[in-house]
Design a protein around this ligand. Structure first.
Ligand SMILES: Nc1ncnc2c1ncn2[C@@H]1O[C@H](COP(=O)(O)OP(=O)(O)OP(=O)(O)O)[C@@H](O)[C@H]1O
Ligand SMILES: [Mg+2]
Length: 357
C-alpha cells in the first residue's frame, strides 16, 4: 500500500463543517503537503486517514482497499501507517530504544526481530549512540528523531507527519527538513505532511495542496503554485505579495492609488482587477514605468528591503544585498515590475486577506 485516495471527504463536528469535499489522490512514493492556516482542517484530514476519526461522508482508499466509507471502517492498528503527531510525545520513562520498539512490542513480535528492526531504524535516524538514554537526556531535535523512528519502525508504506518540526528552532528545522527527505528517499515511502509553514512545504514537497476553511484552493508543484496562484488567498499564503486595485484595458492597467500611473498589460482581464506583485519581482530601473520616493530601506545581508511611496501606495521591493547602497532614503526612484499576477476584482479580497480599508 502506498497510494491513498480521498474521495469527496466531508467532516462535520456537530454543525461545524471543517473538511469540505476533499478529493485527492496521493500516489505511491510521493511527498505531498497539506498547507493552510490554523484551523483549516489539516489535522482532521490526517486523523481520518490514520483512522482516529470517521469521515461524515466520502471514502478513503489505500490502493484498492476501502478503509473508510459506507459501513466500512478499519481501526488505526489495521492500517499500517506511521504517524508523528503535532505534539509529538515520546514517553519520558522509556529509553530511546524502548520508545522506538514500542509499536513492535505491542504487536508482540519476537524479541530478536524487534532488536534487529529497532537497531536498523536507530541507525537510519543517526540515533544509535543514544539508544540507552531517556528523552530528558536528549535535545529537542533528537527527541523529534525518536518520534520519527517510532513512526518508521513498523516499516509503514505511508507516513503521516503533522507539523513534526513545530517545536524546533530555525536551524534545527532546516536540517530536519533534509533528514526527512533523506529518509523518504531511502525508504521509498509515501509521505503526507502537514504544515502552515510555506518554506517547509516548498522545500520538501513534490506537490502541495493548499487548503483554506476546509476547502481545497489549489494543488500543484511548489513552483506552479508560487508562480501561478489560483486566487488571492494562495498568492498571499505562499510568499510575499502586495495587492493594488487597478483598471485593466487593452495594453495597460491604470492604478488609481498610484495617482493613475500605468503598467503595461497584455493579458485577458478587463475592468476592475487586483494586481498582485511579489517584492522580488520589482527592480529599480531608470526607465521603469512607475515613479516614487524611497521611504525606507534596510539591509538583511542576503537581501535588501525597500518601501517606495508610489502615489498613495507603499510598494515593497526586495533585491539582493548589493543594491543597498545604490539608492538613499528620500531619493526619487523609478521602478519596473518584471512579473505580476492579475485577478478579477470580485470584491472578495478584503475578506480573504482580512485587510481593513
Ligand atoms: N474533536 C473536535 N471536536 C470539535 N471540533 C474540532 C475537533 N477537532 C478539531 N475541531 C475543529 O475543526 C477545525 C479544524 O481543526 P484542525 O485541527 O483540523 O485544524 P488544523 O488545520 O490542523 O489547525 P492547526 O494548524 O492549528 O493545527 C477547527 O475549527 C477546530 O476547532
Ligand atoms: Mg493541526
Amino acid at each position: 500500500m502506498g497510494t491513498v485516495a480521498l474521495k469527496h471527504i466531508v467532516k462535520y463536528y456537530g454543525k461545524n463543517l471543517v473538511v469540505n469535499d476533499i478529493d485527492e489522490v496521493i500516489h505511491d512514493g510521493e511527498f505531498v503537503t497539506l498547507l493552510g492556516p490554523s484551523g483549516c482542517g489539516k489535522t482532521t484530514i490526517l486523523r481520518m486517514i490514520a483512522g482516529f476519526e470517521k469521515p461524515s461522508s466520502g471514502e478513503i482508499w489505500f490502493d484498492d482497499q476501502l478503509v473508510a466509507g459506507g459501513k466500512t471502517f478499519l481501526p488505526p492498528e489495521k492500517r499500517n501507517i506511521g504517524m508523528v503527531f503535532q505534539s509529538y510525545a515520546v514517553w519520558p520513562h522509556m529509553t530511546v530504544f524502548e520508545n522506538t520498539a514500542y509499536p513492535l512490542t505491542i504487536r508482540k513480535l519476537p524479541k530478536e526481530e524487534i532488536r534487529r528492526k529497532v537497531e536498523k531504524t536507530l541507525d537510519l535516524m543517526h540515533l544509535s549512540q543514544y539508544a540507552d538514554r531517556t528523552p530528558d537526556q536528549l535535545s529537542g531535535g533528537q527527541q523529534q528523531r525518536v518520534a520519527l523512528a517510532r513512526a518508521l519502525v513498523g516499516e509503514p508504506k505511508l507516513l503521516l507527519l503533522d507539523e513534526p518540526l513545530s517545536n524546533l528552532d530555525a536551524k534545527l528545522r532546516e536540517s530536519m527538513r533534509f533528514e526527512i527527505k533523506r529518509i523518504q528517499n531511502e525508504l521509498h515511502i509515501t509521505v503526507l505532511y502537514v504544515t502552515h509553514d510555506q518554506t517547509e512545504a516548498m522545500s520538501m514537497s513534490d506537490r502541495i495542496i493548499v487548503i483554506n476553511k476546509g476547502v481545497r484552493q489549489q494543488e500543484g508543484t511548489p513552483e506552479d503554485i508560487y508562480k501561478h496562484p489560483a486566487n488571492p488567498f494562495v498568492a498571499d499564503f505562499l510568499g510575499k505579495v502586495d495587492f493594488f486595485r487597478g483598471k485593466a484595458e487593452n495594453g495597460s492597467i491604470t492604478i488609481p492609488e498610484m495617482k493613475n500611473q500605468t503598467i503595461p498589460y497584455t493579458g485577458e482581464h478587463r475592468g476592475d482587477v487586483y494586481v498582485a506583485v511579489r517584492p522580488e519581482n520589482i527592480i529599480f530601473s531608470e526607465g521603469g514605468e512607475l515613479s516614487g520616493i524611497l521611504e525606507v530601506q534596510y539591509y538583511l545581508g542576503d537581501t535588501a528591503n525597500f518601501r517606495v511611496r508610489v502615489g498613495n501606495s507603499l510598494v515593497r521591493v526586495i533585491t539582493d544585498g548589493h543594491a543597498y547602497h545604490s539608492v538613499r532614503e528620500g531619493d526619487p526612484v523609478r521602478l519596473s515590475i518584471r512579473e505580476f499576477i492579475v485577478f478579477p476584482d470580485d470584491g472578495s479580497l478584503e475578506e480573504t486577506l482580512q485587510i481593513k480599508t
